[in-house]
Design a protein around this ligand. Structure first.
Ligand code: AMP
Ligand code: ZN
Length: 461
């Protein structure tokens, strides 16, 4: 059964064939470590983890590289605004280096809590300045660059296939954006490879800067991914992932730089995940509509509940986040853990269910279907030992920790009843009764919070 993936390059599902035998080079764009990742970012890392686990399940040898963006990611995609790292440093009165170290660790902790397999290679942009300078040098020699007052730019008009991945309307973009373009840029889609540090006379000395053949400064955001992906995976790689917000600019520019430098196709399969939304809009730092994994945990949720929630939607569908849906995911997961705990020891797995499960995931990572197969299996009349063995096998991909004793707290029926009564009291505006019920719930060891989305319950610590 072939593994099919939706390739953004061709806008269709394709059979996956690696460049070499059963070896797969996988590059996933990593976090910008100026702040905590939000659960939108983490949705993307969960989908990429499922992709990697399916490859491993299908017996591929995977070499997974993830970068840490610790310099050069500016506030605006148009090469303007401050470096996010410098903003983080000012916000916390620390150095940009301290900020990077702190949030890299926080990110690594988050992904471990979500049972996301770590990459084989972590690589920081600031550890690869030499490689980035070399790549810019190659592009310069080949005539793809030009210099402005503020840096070295890639001339997108010189790269024939620019914008193909995102199917950009280049002419429309050039015409529309001319007015707001950074001074000295030749085309609106041109992007910075190297930015000069502001002159010291302006009094705004950067914390992170390096010497280069063009002057003191720092690399653009896009060049780091090209330089590090090629260093660790070669000039041509099998799979490159990220969320859809990276399509128009970041990935489009990675392709342009890499292919201009090598003359070879950079990536065979571009796989993009859809966004996590809040009230119909993208969850993002700039909108302030985000939650971190630590917020989620603080609200009484198990990180696996978030992982389960992500698995219940297809990675190419938008997923609107609500606390209610997270609660529903946690309830389902609690039920799942309970049922798994009640099964006998694992015996021989059931091949028919295994085939169905594999078919769902090999069909462009259909995780919602895979999750429903889990419930079908539990409902089936297979012997308990076969159910257990099959579920443990499925968990190699789901990563829900079914092999461990999970500590999820079930909300007792008595509490559920009190909550329903309290909901009614609140809608009748009978506040005394609502308070009385709150006390009763607290005495039973649970805390109830009233949120715009209704009551939320967690166990008292
Ligand atoms: P960043 O730290 O901004 O470089 O983003 C890290 C990853 O999260 C990238 O793959 C982004 O495309 C992805 N991302 C950003 N916002 C969201 C969102 N709301 N939902 C899903 N993925 C996102
Ligand atoms: Zn990247």
């Amino acid at each position: 059964m072939p593994f099919q993936l939706y390739n953004t390059l061709t806008r269709q599902k394709e059979d996956f064939k690696p460049l070499a035998d059963n070896q797969v080079g996988l590059y996933t764009c990593g976090p910008t470590v100026y702040d905590y990742a939000h659960i939108g970012n983490l949705r993307t890392y969960v989908f990429e983890d499922v992709l990697k686990r399916v490859l491993l399940y299908d017996d591929y040898k995977v070499k997974h590289v993830m970068n840490i963006t610790d310099v050069g990611h500016l506030v605006s995609d148009a090469d303007e605004g401050e470096d996010k790292m410098e903003i983080g440093a000012r916000r916390e009165k620390k150095t940009a280096w301290e900020i990077a170290e702190f949030y890299t660790e926080a990110f690594q902790k988050d992904i471990a809590e979500l049972n996301i397999l770590p990459p084989d290679i972590w690589c920081k942009a600031t550890d690869h300045i030499k490689e980035q300078i070399e790549l810019i040098g190659t592009l310069e020699k080949k005539g793809f660059t030009y210099q402005t007052d503020d840096g070295i730019y890639f001339d997108t008009a010189k790269f024939k296939d620019y914008g193909q991945l995102a199917k950009l309307d280049i002419e429309g973009l050039q015409a529309g954006a001319r007015i707001e373009m950074v001074k000295g840029k030749r085309n609106s889609t041109d992007f910075a490879l190297w930015k000069f540090s502001p002159s010291t006379s302006s009094g705004k000395k950067r914390q992170m800067e390096w010497n280069s053949p063009w002057g003191t400064g720092f690399p653009g955001w896009h060049i780091e991914c090209s330089a590090m992906a090629m260093k660790y995976l070669g000039e041509q790689i099998d799979i490159h992932c990220g969320a859809v917000d990276h399509l128009n600019v970041h990935h489009t520019n990675e392709i342009a730089q890499s292919e201009a430098a090598t003359g070879k196709k950079f990536v065979n399969y571009w796989i993009h995940g859809e966004h996590l939304l809040v009230d119909g809009g993208k969850m993002s730092k700039s909108k302030g509509n985000y939650a971190t994994l630590q917020t989620v945990i603080g609200e009484g949720f198990n990180p696996f509940a978030f992982r389960y929630l992500v698995l219940t939607s297809h990675y190419r569908s938008k997923l609107n986040f609500t606390w209610e849906s997270l609660q529903a995911a946690q309830n389902a997961l609690t039920k799942l853990y309970k049922q798994v705990a009640e099964l006998d020891d694992a015996r021989k797995l059931d091949q028919e269910y295994k085939d169905k499960f594999e078919a769902a995931l090999n069909d462009d990572l259909n995780t919602p279907q895979a999750v429903s197969i889990v419930w079908d299996l539990l409902k089936s009349d297979l012997p308990a030992g076969a159910k257990k063995a099959t579920l443990l096998d499925f968990d190699k991909i789901l990563g829900l920790g079914l092999d461990k004793k999970q500590q999820l707290v079930e909300i007792p029926e008595k509490i559920e009843k009190l909550l329903t009564e309290r909901e009614k009291a609140r809608s009748d505006k009978n506040w005394d009764k609502a308070d009385e019920l709150r006390n009763e719930i607290e005495k039973a060891g649970f805390i109830v919070d009233d949120t715009p989305e209704g009551q939320r319950i967690k166990q008292a610590s």
